[in-house]
Design a protein around this ligand. Structure first.
Ligand code: EZ4
Ligand code: CO
Length: 412
């Protein structure tokens, strides 16, 4: 069996997605997610112009070998664009392999290690009242873990904070779509770390007293702190027993977390902007983190993420795969199958896709009592309606830029 064609669809049912569609010579198709928020067209070109032509006629069952070929053959290894393209092909080949075997992908990856995947939802509110409403909505839906993000007094719109609709639905998309006549550049937001560090512990204190000790509380620092500031926050949050503090420092500075570790036992999670196991070498071997935040979409697909999780498992480090809405339903399916199969699963982020997105990508996931399951459909269990996809052409959208009050460009 061999690869007959590779198509790349860029569709925008509410937000942009890049999908590789690999078709074999006997007509089996596999889907892979290569969405890179704000840089979608770069991945689409990489796939169409540089990857697809090299794979036509190759054996579609050689998944590991194809991964190594795509990783090594460009000479320029790693990087988000390359690894999203590798991911898209890798997921599609696993999808095809599982469809041919007639089994859901998790069975090819070793079978189920658990009955379902504990998820966490995004509770967000510009103030404590809205935040409480959002948390309550998720608790009522059965979630046992929530990520809490809230506004900071004195600051306006900040990254990742928006009021949820009643009932907890949170459809906020941080990448702002640009109107046709708007300048082609991102929105800008103002940030003040000192104000944030004063405010956040009071938020945790309030939520703990309101919702009790059992609900798992997570928080995302979006890379905004220096090591000493992150150490202070991790220590200040300790009394409220967070499940994790995510991205407290810029991810690429691995040794920064040594300082945070020295000062607190708050569990740490990092890695959504990483794209290879090498980004984690110091973090894992020195046990500087508790959860890896990579996604299959940005870290070389099922093969790349499995390699990373095997390495992390040796050090007792668990998964917390990145699951924002910019990971497409195809990427999300890859997480659910891998998470069900590996021993060192931790928690799965779950931001449900909008109804519009789910009309284009039809999934077979199930959700009950705060737990997700990938379902029993052969393959990844996702179908792409290409006609519906074509009705939503690409729209430019960029993630915002952060500046300090004096105009200095800052991390998110
Ligand atoms: O900022 O996916 O933990 N989740 C996050 C996300 C990311 C977006 C970037 O595209 O931080 O909201
Ligand atoms: Co994050």
């Amino acid at each position: 069996m061999s690869i007959r064609s590779i198509d790349v669809d860029v569709t925008s049912p509410g937000r942009n997605f890049v999908t590789a569609i690999v078709t074999t010579d006997d007509g089996v198709t596999g889907l892979g997610d290569g969405t890179l928020n704000g840089r979608e067209l770069a991945v689409a070109s990489y796939l169409r112009d540089h990857v697809a032509p090299t794979l036509i006629g190759r054996d579609e069952t050689q998944i590991e070998s194809t991964w190594q070929y795509l990783y090594r053959s460009p000479y320029w290894r790693r990087g988000p664009v390359t690894m999203a393209a590798v991911a898209a092909i890798d997921m599609a080949l696993w999808d095809i392999a599982a469809k041919r075997a007639g089994v859901p992908l998790y069975r090819l990856l070793g079978g189920a290690s658990r009955t379902g995947l504990m998820t966490y939802a995004h509770a967000s509110g510009t103030d404590l009242e809205h935040l409480d409403d959002a948390i309550r909505g998720y608790v009522e839906q059965g979630f046992r873990a929530v990520r809490i993000q809230t506004g900071v007094p004195g600051l306006g719109q900040i990254y990742g904070v928006h009021d949820s609709a009643p009932g907890g639905a949170y459809e906020y998309e941080p990448a702002g779509r640009l109107a046709a006549d708007a300048p082609r550049r991102p929105e800008e937001e103002t940030w003040d770390t000192a104000a944030y560090l004063r405010h956040l512990p009071t938020v945790f204190e309030h939520v703990r007293s309101e919702f009790g000790p059992e609900l798992h509380l997570l928080h995302d620092g979006h890379h905004r702190m220096r090591p000493i500031e992150a150490a202070r926050l991790a220590s200040d949050l300790e009394p409220y027993r967070p499940f994790w503090l995510e991205d407290c420092t810029p991810g690429e500075d691995q040794s920064a977390l040594r300082l945070v570790r020295e000062h607190s036992t708050t569990p740490l999670a990092i890695g959504e902007v990483f794209n290879s196991v090498f980004d984690y070498q110091t973090l894992i071997t020195e046990r500087l983190i508790d959860y890896v935040r990579s996604s299959a979409t940005h870290a070389g697909g099922v093969t790349g993420l499995r390699q990373l999780m095997t390495f992390a498992g040796i050090y007792g480090i668990r998964s917390g795969f990145h699951g924002p809405t910019d990971v497409s339903p195809v990427g999300m399916a890859a997480h659910l199958h891998l998470g069900l199969a590996i021993h060192n699963f931790g928690i799965q982020e779950y931001m449900p896709h909008s109804a519009r997105t789910l009309e284009v990508f039809r999934t077979s996931f199930t959700f009950a009592d705060g737990m997700l399951h990938p379902g029993e459909t052969p393959g990844l269990g996702v179908e792409l309606d290409r006609e519906a996809a074509a009705a939503h052409p690409y729209e430019p959208a960029y993630l915002p830029v952060n500046r300090l009050r004096d105009g200095t460009v800052h991390d998110w």
